[in-house]
Design a protein around this ligand. Structure first.
Ligand SMILES: [Zn+2]
Length: 113
């Protein structure tokens, strides 16, 4: 991947990170998020659903934040855009959709299959 693209992805990642860090009250958009499955939550108390939802959002935030920081680190050490499983290049289209991903679509599908 060339430096210009890397710079763009880095800017996008930093922007996303800042939007999580600086706007805790706002609900982020999760439509581009992968790995939103977190099925271990059990709603024990039905009368405080909102608390559960907020808690869940916070947990996703923390997870996403870690993924974003790891991606920025990979940009720094030159491994960004390389699948961590098969070491093939991740397609730019996929990186545009999910810039913090560390696996290519084939490995992602294998993983979730
Ligand atoms: Zn792969």
């Amino acid at each position: 991947m060339n430096k210009r693209d890397l710079k763009k992805f880095r800017a996008a990642l930093e922007q996303k990170r800042d939007s999580i860090v600086n706007a805790p009250g706002k609900k982020p958009h999760w439509e581009n998020m992968e790995d939103t499955r977190h099925g271990d939550f059990v709603d024990q108390a039905s009368d405080d659903n909102e608390v559960h939802v907020n808690l869940r959002l916070l947990q996703i935030d923390a997870k996403l934040l870690r993924a974003i920081e790891a991606a920025i680190e990979r940009i720094d050490n030159g491994t960004y855009g390389i699948c961590s499983v098969c070491e093939e290049e991740i397609s730019v289209a996929r990186l545009k959709a999910v810039p913090w991903t560390s696996v290519c679509i084939a490995c992602k599908e294998k993983k979730s299959a």
